[in-house]
Write a protein that binds this ligand. Structure first.
Ligand SMILES: [Fe+2]
Ligand SMILES: [Fe+2]
Length: 234
């Protein structure tokens, strides 16, 4: 275990190269994935939302997800990462959870219910990050991620009031769930090993994945939903 605390962007300049690179990788992946999620899910969902109230809240979610991208990208630029490396189309591919083609409102509700819970776990892991600007960004975005997951819960509660709504939401969960466990990365990830070595991140990918499956199962059960069995990512 290597003890280091980096309080400012300025201090990062004198941190070991491996540490700087690891911080850069993490900031790039957050910047890209927040933007991609906003583009393929949150913004299109505004058109799918069934009424003005749902559209209003979906606009807020989309605004906040774009905002997360903007803030991560700003931090990236402060630490010297070129802007194009933090945009889709760069060498780093967005995560496979974004390959799901969004078609219905129920799918969007399932995504907020489950994928934003996955986001919460990722942000929670950064709350103790040794690079304090990243830790502070996690603290600032956490209330918004909680709002997104609550949005998923509230609209799930609404949908399951009718048998048809519940069946449509369950079908969306069945379709989307298989994309999720992979979100946490491989079991033997070299990047994750380096993140933990420097306490940039705290938990292994498998620990996060197991915790996520447990918490997602609980949250789904609150609305009478079940999660399909999925083979864990290797
Ligand atoms: Fe986000
Ligand atoms: Fe979110």
């Amino acid at each position: 275990m290597t003890d280091i605390v980096v309080k400012t962007v300025e201090e990062l300049k004198s941190a070991p190269e491996e540490y700087r690179e690891a911080v850069g990788k993490l900031v790039i992946s957050h910047a890209i994935n927040e933007l991609y999620g906003a583009q393929v899910f949150d913004e299109p969902a505004i058109a799918l939302a069934p009424n003005p109230y749902a559209k209003w809240l979906t606009c807020r979610v989309a605004m906040e997800e774009y905002g997360h991208h903007v803030r991560f990208k700003q931090l990236g630029q402060q630490i010297g990462i070129p802007e194009e490396r933090m945009m889709p189309g760069s060498a780093k591919k967005p995560l496979s959870i974004f390959e799901f083609p969004l078609k219905t409102w129920e799918e969007f509700v399932a995504i907020k219910l489950l994928a934003d819970l996955a986001e919460i776990l990722q942000v929670e892991d950064l709350l103790h990050c040794t690079f304090h600007p990243l830790r502070n960004l996690a603290r600032a975005t956490m209330p918004e991620e909680r709002f997104h997951a609550q949005f998923g819960e509230d609209f799930s509660a609404e949908l399951v009031k009718t048998p048809e709504g519940k069946a449509r939401l369950q079908a969306a969960v069945d379709e989307y769930w298989p994309y999720l466990p992979k979100f946490f990365g491989g079991s033997k990830s070299k990047n994750n090993e380096i993140f933990r070595k420097w306490k940039i991140k705290q938990r292994t990918n498998d620990e996060m994945r197991e915790d996520f499956v447990r918490r997602a199962t609980e949250v789904a059960a609150k609305y009478g939903l079940t999660l399909p069995e999925v083979r864990q990512a290797a």
